[in-house]
Design a protein around this ligand. Structure first.
Ligand SMILES: [Zn+2]
Length: 200
């Protein structure tokens, strides 16, 4: 029989950013809480996929209705703007900043300089075409100010080359310090980076 502590620690260590030692700390923490709290957590995990799925337009994970998340379904948002972000957490950071009212597209990753990583290329092209028919006029590349972010922005620009005559491409202004990840940028910085975006 395998050791339950080891088994759970190994499962938690597969989480992004969590090493084996942190995973062990989580397991020992879980041993100190009540059985009720553990059951609640286990239930949240096991039913996560029932309430949350991927939005058909922006591809973020959310409680979707009719295939769309609340931002994509919201008719009052600006269809002329589409913001391209790396991951769900970046989109939420932009929403927290509260100044952007356009649409979103989540790439689902970044491309590394060594050629690793994958982004939703076909889906981006499909959504660009769909949004062009709804009045899209500008795509904002809101990627992290890291080498991977810049490399990914280059690839996205390449992918969107056929649409350049119909849509403006812009990059966030560099209020974001070099090396900083969008997810951790504060609201004021994000708002000013958005306001000072530059056509590329
Ligand atoms: Zn959506």
């Amino acid at each position: 029989m395998s050791d339950r502590i080891e088994e759970l620690a190994a499962a938690l260590a597969r989480f992004p950013g969590i090493g084996p030692r942190q995973a062990k700390r989580f397991v020992y923490y879980l041993l100190t809480v009540s059985g009720h709290d553990r059951a609640k957590l286990a239930n949240l995990i096991s039913t996560l996929g029932e309430q949350v799925s991927q939005c058909a337009e922006c591809f973020r994970y959310a409680e979707v209705q009719g295939g769309l998340c609340n931002y994509c379904a919201d008719k009052s948002r600006d269809d002329s703007l589409l913001m391209v972000v790396e991951k769900d957490q970046d989109l939420l950071a932009v929403e927290r900043a509260g100044t952007y009212r356009g649409r979103y597209f989540v790439l689902g990753g970044v491309l590394t300089l060594s050629g690793k990583g994958a982004i939703r290329e076909r889906e981006l092209i499909k959504m660009t075409e769909k949004r062009l028919s709804r009045g899209l006029s500008e795509i904002v590349l809101a990627l992290s100010a890291t080498s991977e972010g810049e490399h990914t922005a280059d690839r996205v620009k390449e992918l969107l080359t056929p649409y350049r005559d119909r849509v403006k491409l812009s990059l966030l202004g560099r209020g974001l310090a070099t090396g900083s990840e969008l997810e951790y940028a504060d609201s004021a910085t994000l708002s000013s980076a958005l306001q000072n975006r530059k056509e590329t």
